[in-house]
Design a protein around this ligand. Structure first.
Ligand SMILES: *Cc1c(COP(=O)(O)O)cnc(C)c1O
Length: 428
């Protein structure tokens, strides 16, 4: 598609956008009652307008029913997570049994590593992307030490080469081959938080299985952003937070995926708790842990009703929008438009001030563009915020902008690029 750098062109794309009304389902923050151009959904998604009512309803249930709310009322708390599973499964390409909302992300990563990282004398290595999100690095290092091993020997990082910021697929496959006899687990992000690079999860999973390793993904930046087929790709396990592209609120509930291939595998360790116990017999309170079938069997503590309510409100909107098929189509267009406009800013400035490190290939990225500002990055970023364009800043020089297909418009993107040009012109 050929883009034009005019507000009327942006408007015409918005007019054709079948998802354009979804932005009215969200609250946009404002600055002295001027709405903020919010391009920060990679960090914290916006609040669905339906949420207050949904929470109010749960508070009423609690007020009116007390403990009976577990089994009484419109949506008894005891089974409420099943409704969330129903809405969630299509978002990640899984069956309802394969997903379960619970806990928070890094906690879930630990729980899944307990099950899927089973180092032996010969197979003990974990392959991951260099510069993974710090929490994932800390989780993996501590799991390795927990097994009495040395992270320096057990972690294999695939690094970008030749001055690139992103990692080539060949290098990933080569690293898998090089470590084929010692690899226990591959744990990658679906989309890297810093560069916005989207990895080929199907190919990585296949290559990992061919050498006998388990393959799992942290989908914090991928779930609700790109199309996922976790079941068909044969991914062993995955987890994600829901407060980024899935708008479940600060510290919102996380969710896990466990492939049905592992439901009845008695060799997987788990850290057990009463809520993972077989549901129909849970309240017999007997000793001897018998897991519930599916991802639910990884639950430990009692279900978190208010965080689930927050997740539910947003997932309803994904369902209404037709999930990732429709959303991804718009997302690719929206982000490609931003890519084009950043180049236009460079052209107008007459210098290569902004270098986009996110891959140009739309199949290797989600909504986010990570943009290196060659000079005065922080000042430019602060001035953008001052002018109501809210992205996020990563030291030392990267601005991340993420137009989100559920609530951002082509006009938002065009306006942001215009402000970027004006601010650059002023400060450079
Ligand atoms: C956002 C993010 C996290 C955050 O973890 P929490 O446990 O929710 O604080 C972890 N890993 C990745 C890859 C992330 O992008």
């Amino acid at each position: 598609m050929t883009f034009e750098n005019t507000s009327s062109f942006a408007q015409s794309l918005d007019d054709q956008d079948i998802l354009r009304n979804f932005r009215n389902e969200f609250y946009f923050p404002d600055n002295n009652s001027r709405p903020i151009n919010y391009l920060c959904g990679n960090s914290l998604g916006l609040q669905p307008r339906s949420l207050k009512n949904a929470i109010e309803n749960q508070l009423q249930n609690w007020e009116k029913l007390g403990v009976e709310g577990w089994f009484d009322g419109e949506n008894p708390w005891m089974y409420y997570h099943k409704e969330v599973k129903r809405l969630l499964a299509p978002l990640v390409g899984a069956s309802e049994l394969e997903v379960c909302p619970m806990n928070t992300l890094t906690v879930n990563l630990h729980l899944l590593l307990i099950s899927f990282y089973k180092p032996t004398k010969t197979r003990f290595k974990i392959l991951m992307e260099a510069n993974a999100f710090p929490s994932d690095q800390y989780a993996i290092e501590s799991q390795i030490r927990h097994h009495g091993l040395d992270p320096k020997e057990a972690i294999v990082e695939v690094k970008p080469k030749d001055g690139n910021f992103t990692i080539s697929q060949e290098d990933i496959l080569e690293a898998i081959q090089e470590n084929k006899d010692s690899l226990s687990l591959i744990l990658f992000g679906g989309v890297n938080y810093f560069t916005g690079q989207l990895f080929d999860m199907a190919a990585i999973t296949k290559a990992g299985h061919e050498v006998g390793a388990f393959v799992g993904f942290d989908l914090a930046h991928a779930a609700g952003n790109v199309k996922l087929e976790l079941h068909n790709w044969q991914v062993d396990f995955a987890c994600w937070c829901s407060y980024k592209y899935q708008n479940s609120g600060p510290g919102g509930i996380s969710a896990i995926f466990v492939h049905e291939n592992h439901f009845n595998n008695p060799n997987l360790n788990r850290l057990a708790g009463w809520w993972g116990y077989n549901e129909s017999n849970r309240f017999k309170m007997e000793s001897g842990f018998i897991p519930e079938l599916g991802a639910d069997g990884w639950q430990i503590s009692c279900t978190q009703v208010i965080p689930l309510t927050m997740y539910h409100a947003s997932l309803k909107l994904f369902e209404k929008a037709g999930y990732m098929d429709t959303l991804r189509e718009k997302s690719v267009k929206l982000t490609s438009y931003l890519y084009f406009l950043i180049q236009e800013v460079n052209n107008a400035l007459g210098i290569e001030q902004y270098k986009i490190i996110t891959p140009e290939d739309e199949n290797q990225r989600g909504a986010q563009l990570s943009i290196i500002a060659q000079s005065k990055g922080k000042e430019i970023f602060d001035e953008l915020v001052e002018n109501n364009v809210l992205g996020d800043w990563r030291s030392p020089n990267v601005i991340r902008l993420s137009p989100v297909p559920l609530y951002n418009s082509f006009a938002d993107v065009h306006l942001a690029a215009q402000v970027l040009f004006n601010v650059s012109k002023k400060l450079l």
